[in-house]
Design a protein around this ligand. Structure first.
Ligand SMILES: [Ca+2]
Ligand SMILES: [Ca+2]
Length: 278
């Protein structure tokens, strides 16, 4: 019996060491100056949209035991010009940004469509299993919006337990269980930089539109129909922030619109993997 017990403990020890070695923090970088979507997008004209606010520069997924911290860093101090704490459902201390973190945890499973309002997709080999929705809006409001606009995906949408701001970084805390496990280098990750829209149009999920001409609260340089990706900045491989990643982003987000305003080519987002999956 003693031998069985000690064998069991030896096994448990090996297993926990192996798990600890496997659980790695994931760190991605993105170049500055590519907050232009497919290359042509411009910020809304209202002065609150400060330069660099939608320019993703870094993403980290950090293992904190029972939770995972997701840190999103941009090229400007995170501000709260619309005083989110005073909203009817008090917000998270910032106003402008909204970020969707798509994660491919399980090879061969998952969704290829993005959340409503984004107008982009993933290839089948890059299908995602979870998306973390990081917004200044109260969790209860996000939950309602997801239920009414993306009901078929709601089991795959993770709403953080806590979202806060530190300088140029938004820090979202999610339950590790909700992601299906600890961050692993075999995961594919893609991060969409968008803008929080408290009065979304149609089926848009709290996202801001990109039009042909920028408006006070509309991005410009895109298309007035839904054939253009409503995405300001994304990650591309190798996610080390090199200049070549700007060109790779333009290629990934390229799209075309038919005469009726329907996409003849939909922007296809790559999953970024730190280590190729086996
Ligand atoms: Ca960037
Ligand atoms: Ca980028």
């Amino acid at each position: 019996m003693r031998q069985v017990t000690s064998t069991f403990f030896a096994f448990a020890l090996i297993t926990s060491v192996a798990t600890a070695a496997w659980a790695e923090d994931l760190v991605f970088q993105d170049p500055a100056g590519d907050d232009f979507g497919p290359g042509s997008y411009t910020y809304p004209t209202d002065a609150v949209y400060a330069k660099g606010s939608f320019d993703l520069t870094g993403v980290e997924l950090v293992d904190r035991g029972s939770t995972v911290q997701i840190k999103i860093t941009v090229g400007a101090k995170i501000s709260d010009p619309w005083n989110s704490k005073s909203w009817p459902e008090p917000g998270n201390g910032f106003s402008l940004q909204m970020v969707q973190v798509y994660i491919d945890t399980t090879k061969g499973a998952g969704h290829t469509e993005t959340l409503p309002g984004i107008n982009a997709r993933f290839a089948k080999a890059d299908a995602w299993d979870k998306v973390v929705f990081i917004s200044p809006q109260a969790a209860a409001r996000v939950k309602r919006e997801v239920k009414s606009k993306a009901g078929d995906l709601k089991g795959s949408v993770v709403i953080p337990r806590k979202v806060r701001v530190r300088g140029r970084t938004i820090v979202a805390t999610v339950k590790k269980r909700a992601l299906g496990g600890a961050p692993a280098t075999s995961w594919g990750v893609q991060v969409i930089m968008q803008s929080n829209e408290g009065y979304p149009k149609g089926k848009d999920l709290l996202s801001r539109r990109v039009n042909e001409i920028a408006g006070a609260h509309r991005f410009g340089g895109g298309h007035d129909y839904d054939c253009d990706p409503h995405v300001l900045d994304v990650l591309v491989a190798p996610a080390q922030g090199g200049d070549a990643e700007k060109a790779a982003q333009k290629a990934a987000l390229s799209y075309s619109c038919g005469p009726s305003g329907k996409a003849t080519k939909t922007a296809t987002l790559p999953m970024v993997r730190l280590k190729p999956s086996p």
